[in-house]
Design a protein around this ligand. Structure first.
Ligand SMILES: Cc1cc2nc3c(=O)[nH]c(=O)nc-3n(C[C@H](O)[C@H](O)[C@H](O)COP(=O)(O)OP(=O)(O)OC[C@H]3O[C@@H](n4cnc5c(N)ncnc54)[C@H](O)[C@@H]3O)c2cc1C
Length: 402
């Protein structure tokens, strides 16, 4: 079976490795040219790290220089602690702990692992058109060349070309009202083993200090998507002064980190995608953000993408007909992924500041954190089992993922 994966971000290379473990070859078409990396850093959760371990990639986080995190501390704009999530027991409870990982390093380690597993990774290969012949798919690239596939899997992210081309009626990505900017900045501050989150006066700020580097992000509420269709319209170089001003009255070390920063790695309008009616059409399927893009508030998008990769490879291994394999995959994954998209959307609302909202949040956050314990177990405690056989489609929950 000639399997073509559009997108070599997070889901794509993990899927390539998992398929190779299943004895299936694949080709990844990645739009970014050789040497181009994207993004700042992200949180990989225990469920994502366990998904990597299920396909023999348990050392990826370490190889990518991941920073272990032992919890989250929340402070308000006056600097008062308003909530705490203790994550010290995550390894005992979930088999792994949350890590902060630089995105460029994660991409590189995953891509290297895919190439080492025999996956062909083509950089500068941007999917621009799709022709589905029923017994195969012809993929047209932006450079005018074509690639033929028995199965085409769209792992090409929130603005997926595969989704747009093969599922023209699918909902479009919706702007969540938040712009995310971030970077890593050398600074002389003690390590913070926990993630620090600050509900600032005018914007939300998060940081971790590790070995003299502050990994920070700022979430700025903005009603209209400034890029309005042109995603290159946000110029990071003009944003640092603006972010400094927004956080000027927030508690230290927020202003100190921003004073030390010399640039911003990027400014990203945050989108998510409402539940798609389906993730498959014949021999074309979607996974990761292409199927269920989530805002970053729950810190789960990358981990869900990794879970998808493992479960989809198991389905293609065990269900002989590709269309039936994609149906099995969707039945195993859709409910879980869409529930987390919704959870993340809900969490995002508390980041948009208002005086009354802040008063209420400071008093109720500890209660919500306690009440959210069950959600934490649902997120982090989920285990994909690559070795368990997938039954024929449709598959009852409990097969490749549980
Ligand atoms: C600001 C921000 C912060 C985030 N923080 C977190 C976090 O802390 N934790 C977390 O779990 N998630 C986080 N997320 C979400 C996370 O980034 C995604 O859920 C995750 O990257 C999804 O992986 P993916 O492989 O599906 O898509 P991506 O990682 O987006 O990969 C898609 C790949 O497809 C390529 N591509 C796109 N179009 C084409 C095309 N036409 N042809 C070929 N290739 C193409 C892209 O270049 C890219 O390499 C964050 C998202 C944002 C925007």
């Amino acid at each position: 079976m000639n399997i073509v994966i559009a997108g070599g971000g997070i889901a794509g290379p993990a899927l390539g490795v998992a398929l190779a473990k299943a004895g299936l070859g694949s080709t990844i078409l990645e739009a970014r040219p050789e040497g181009a990396a994207g993004g700042a850093f992200l949180n990989l959760a225990p469920n994502g790290i366990n998904a990597l371990a299920a396909i023999g990639l348990g050392d990826v986080v370490e190889r990518a220089g991941g920073v272990p995190l032992t919890g989250i501390r929340f402070r308000n704009a006056a600097g008062r602690e308003v909530g705490h999530l203790d994550g010290r027991d995550e390894v005992a409870r979930f088999g792994a702990r949350n890590h902060l990982v630089r995105r460029d390093r994660l991409h590189q380690v995953l891509e290297d692992a895919a190439r080492a597993a025999g996956v062909e990774v083509r950089r500068g290969a941007e999917v621009a058109s799709i022709e589905d012949h029923g017994d195969g798919v012809r993929v047209g690239l932006a450079d005018g060349t074509t690639v033929d596939a028995d199965v085409l899997l769209g792992a090409d992210g929130v603005h997926s070309a595969v989704r747009r081309l093969a599922f023209p009626d699918a909902p479009r990505p919706a702007y969540t009202g938040i712009l995310n900017a971030g970077a890593w900045t050398p600074i002389d501050l003690p390590d913070t083993p926990e993630q620090q989150l600050v509900f600032g006066r005018r914007a939300f700020f998060g940081y971790v200090v590790h070995r003299g580097v502050a990994y920070w992000f700022s979430n700025v509420a903005r009603r209209d998507d400034p890029t309005a269709g042109d995603r290159s319209a946000v110029d990071p170089s003009t944003w640092l002064p603006h972010i400094r001003e927004l956080h000027a009255e927030d508690p230290e070390p927020v202003p100190a980190i921003l004073a030390a920063a010399t640039d911003v790695a990027g400014v990203w309008p945050v989108y998510d995608v409402a539940g798609l009616p389906t993730w498959r059409r014949g021999r074309i399927g979607l996974l990761g953000d292409a199927a269920h893009a989530t805002s970053p508030n729950a810190g789960q998008g990358a981990s869900l993408a990794l879970e998808d990769a493992v479960v989809l490879a198991a389905c293609l291994r065990d269900v002989p007909d590709p269309a039936a394999a994609l149906r099995a995959f969707e039945s195993l994954r859709k409910d879980r992924a869409e529930k987390i998209v919704e959870l993340s959307r809900r969490l995002g609302r508390s980041k948009v500041p208002s005086r009354l909202g802040a008063w209420f949040r400071d008093r109720t956050l500890p209660f919500f954190l306690r009440a959210g314990a069950a959600e934490t177990v649902e997120k982090y405690g989920y285990r994909v089992d690559f070795d368990a056989p997938v039954a024929g489609a449709p598959v009852a929950a409990g097969g490749a993922g549980r």
